[in-house]
Design a protein around this ligand. Structure first.
Ligand code: ATP
Length: 306
């Protein structure tokens, strides 16, 4: 039973001079999977993407797409949204689509048909014949995203796809990305915004100084992370809970009777519950997994302390 793997990095290392920007990095992105490459500024995300699309040479390791090294013969299977936004500002939206689409081997008719559908989808049909420099930043971003997916790539690489987008458009992008995933596209994206990652990524790796400090399936990572949160809604002397061994912190949600009790692990739940039983009007007691943001901050913090 052969494992389906679209993109595979094996022990990839990249130096800029003496500086190691990516350090022995390995991961796989399967068909129809959304993979998150996470890390603080300078962690090595863009460098990794550039090596995947062959813009940069790696010093060590291998990168395979569908089991083969990546060269120019297969780069038309890849779609790439760059961080530095590579739009041809003087061209109209249509002209730029034709420029990039032709490079990827599409004919004009097909490009225009697909472009019309996507512009409509992102509610920017009226900009089709406008110069890109006249568009707002968010709309430019949409055009760039459309350009990256016009040739229906098998592997879609999105470097910070949500930066500069308003919440409505973040949602629109996420919906589109999920649809592409369901059609079998492998998607790898980078982000600092853990709340975005949490919503739709299957697998992830967290980089610190180019090195993986945590990687795997998002659900497993959350399950395995020992610290949990108890969401509690009640009236009572909640501060008393601080005396319990294993209660790390209590945060009150402004303007409500809701508290988040941070605990060191599952074994603390019963001890907290014993005390909560004595409180009045308890309307909620809910044990939740830590957020990805908490896990991220803790893992990155630990890595810096080492
Ligand atoms: P950000 O989230 O800020 O975009 P990133 O995770 O994408 O960061 P990279 O751009 O990959 O990080 O950079 C990784 C490290 O390599 C950084 O310390 C950066 O300063 C360094 N670096 C990047 N490009 C070069 C270069 N051309 N020459 C020398 N150092 C570089």
């Amino acid at each position: 039973n052969k494992e389906v793997k679209m993109l595979e990095l094996k022990n990839v290392t990249k130096y800029y001079g003496d500086f190691k920007a990516v350090d022995n990095l390995s991961f796989k992105v399967k068909d129809g999977e959304i993979f998150g490459l996470l890390g603080v500024n300078g962690a090595g995300k863009t460098t990794t993407f550039r090596m995947i699309i062959n813009l940069l040479d790696k010093n060590e390791g291998t990168i395979l797409l569908d089991g083969k090294p990546i060269d120019y013969s297969i780069t038309d299977k890849i779609g790439f949204l760059t961080e530095e936004r590579s739009l041809l500002l003087k061209l109209t939206v249509l002209e730029q689509a034709i420029f990039y689409g032709t490079l990827k081997g599409l004919d004009k008719k097909c490009i225009e048909e697909r472009l019309d559908v996507l512009l409509e989808r992102f509610h920017i049909s009226e900009y089709k014949n406008r110069k890109i420099k006249e568009l707002s930043k968010g709309n430019q971003q949409k055009v760039q995203f459309i350009t990256a997916i016009l040739h229906e790539p098998k592997l879609l690489i999105l470097d910070e796809p949500f930066s500069g987008l308003d919440p409505i458009n973040v949602e629109e992008f996420m919906k589109m990305i999920n649809e592409l995933k369901n059609k079998g596209t492998s998607i790898i994206f980078s982000s600092h915004r853990m709340e975005h990652v949490e919503l739709f990524c299957d697998e992830l790796v967290i980089l610190v100084h180019g090195k993986s400090v945590l990687q795997g399936n998002l659900k497993d990572i959350k399950k395995k992370y020992r610290k949990k949160n108890i969401q509690l809604c009640c009236k009572g002397d909640v501060d008393k809970l601080k005396d319990i061994d294993g209660v790390l912190d209590i945060i009150k949600e402004a303007g409500t009777d809701t508290y988040i009790i941070k605990i060191s692990d599952d074994t603390v739940v019963d001890k907290v519950f014993e005390v909560v039983k004595t409180f009045k009007s308890v309307t909620k007691f809910n044990v939740e997994e830590a957020t990805l943001n908490e896990i991220f901050i803790s893992k990155v913090g630990e890595a810096y302390e080492k």
